[in-house]
Design a protein around this ligand. Structure first.
Ligand code: ATP
Ligand code: MG
Length: 426
């Protein structure tokens, strides 16, 4: 992609409206634009990152044996009345009417729709277990949308719903999802904790949250400094415990001491049990030929929120530092004098072609600007590797490599292998 052709409205200064670093940087890097409170357009650069995350999520969900579906955003009131959630959800549920005066809502989650599909189409235990997922837009009329897409009203979620015959089978699917979520966050390259959580409006027997540790996180979690133990303090408060007394005390699992950290909730997995299936009469015939109520689990990942979480964990005073697997481009070729010098232009075009053919996603900065402006922009948008073609190329066919992490080296342009090795190690 030629940078001169890319819609990339970068900003020098942080807009007033942004409080947290990820929101500031997403606006400055030209990734998103606000349309209304909590409602954003994803511009090309932002969308590339969002799609990279989405693809990792999809690959791991498919690998876990889940099947992809795509449910509607607009849902009829009748389904939500079956679970009493039409009333229970309160003002977070955006209600709308069609031209026939029928009631609908914009889906904040999809338990009702998916359970309706299963009860109408699955008849026997032989067809189970099933785990269905989608990557789809949700709408929640949040009381306080903030931090850009971190807490939006319209946002992208991966939601999966499992249907199982019994508790053991549910436990198996739940653990498979737990593993898939770990792999997803490891592949994205984030530091996270899995914490026991309050099940909130979704309900159910028990749930765990996946938290990306970051100072701007909205959740407060108690974590052990030397084991996997972690618990959302929301749950502690609900159970009447005293958070203050936990700080610095030995971890309840006997390993290490407790520290209080801030976390961004990027995933939430629930063992729902029979609550929805009971309300919606979702049952199938068991081995004995008797109707048996289904066990359910539901598993959510905030796909769009993950973009913000990744930035909160990976940035410096110059901009975003994308983990490689989700970067919008792998390499930025910074061509100095592209518009004036034939030799620079053709060398950078050739390198662009070569790297693209090797499978890299490459940006070529062909603009008239000088080195300073180009490098500043590249650092702001967080491209992992810069290749500078300029004076040194004209003098002795050398290019400079500069990784976003601060490493640099100078190599002959013919030495593409070194370029890639350099890239791989960083
Ligand atoms: P929160 O406590 O942050 O409101 P939640 O418990 O209501 O989240 P779930 O219903 O479990 O969220 O939804 C699954 C995932 O969707 C969450 O873990 C989170 O990553 C994401 N998510 C929820 N609400 C929003 C939102 N308003 N904006 C962006 N992502 C969201
Ligand atoms: Mg919520």
């Amino acid at each position: 992609m030629l940078l001169s052709k890319l819609l990339l409205p970068t900003l020098k200064d942080s807009p007033q409206e942004a409080e947290v670093i990820s929101h500031k940087l997403m606006l400055r890097a030209g990734m998103i634009k606000k349309v209304a409170s909590g409602i954003y357009t994803w511009l090309p650069l932002g969308l590339k990152v969002l799609r990279n995350i989405e693809n990792i999520v999809r690959e791991e969900m498919d690998a876990s044996g889940a099947q992809e579906v795509f449910m509607p955003m607009v849902q009829p009131k009748e389904l939500w009345e079956e679970t009493q959630r039409w009333d229970k959800m309160g003002p977070e549920l955006l209600r709308i009417k069609d031209r026939h005066d029928r009631d609908f809502c914009l889906g904040p989650t999809h338990e009702e729709v998916i359970t309706d599909i299963i009860r109408n189409n699955v008849k026997s235990y032989k067809e189970l277990p099933l785990n269905l997922y989608q990557i789809q837009t949700k709408f929640r009329d949040e009381v306080r949308p903030r931090y850009g897409i971190m807490r939006g009203r319209e946002f992208l979620m991966k939601d999966a719903y499992s249907f199982n015959m019994d508790e053991e089978s549910l436990q198996e699917t739940y653990l498979a999802m737990r593993e898939a979520y770990k792999t997803i966050l490891e592949r994205i390259g984030l530091e996270f904790k899995i914490s026991a959580a309050d099940s909130g409006a979704i309900g159910g027997d028990s749930s765990e949250e996946f938290h990306v540790l970051a100072d701007n996180g909205e959740d407060t979690i108690a974590v052990s400094d030397s084991s996997e133990f972690a618990i959302n303090t929301e749950l502690l408060l609900k159970e009447g415990e005293d958070i203050q007394s936990l700080e610095g005390n030995p971890s309840p699992d006997g390993k290490g001491t407790i520290q209080i950290k801030k976390g961004i909730e990027v995933g939430h997995i629930f063992k729902l049990g029979k609550i929805y299936a009971d309300d919606m009469k979702a049952n199938v015939l068991n081995k004995e030929g008797k109707a048996s109520t289904l066990y359910m689990g539901c598993y959510g990942i905030g796909v769009s929120r993950l973009v913000a979480a990744a930035i909160e964990q990976n940035n410096d005073e110059r901009g975003i530092i994308w983990p490689h697997n989700i970067a919008p481009f792998d390499i930025n070729i910074i061509a100095i004098g592209y518009d004036k010098n034939e030799e620079i232009a053709s060398a950078s075009q050739n390198l662009y072609k070569e790297l693209t053919q090797m499978g890299y996603d490459v940006l070529l900065d062909d603009r008239k600007d000088g080195y300073g402006t180009k490098m500043k922009d590249s650092e702001l948008i967080g491209i992992p590797l810069n290749i500078i073609i300029g004076k040194q190329y004209l003098e002795n066919k050398e290019i400079e490599l500069k990784s976003r992490n601060g490493d640099s080296s100078t190599n002959p342009i013919s030495d593409i292998k070194t370029i890639l090795d350099f890239f791989k190690d960083k």
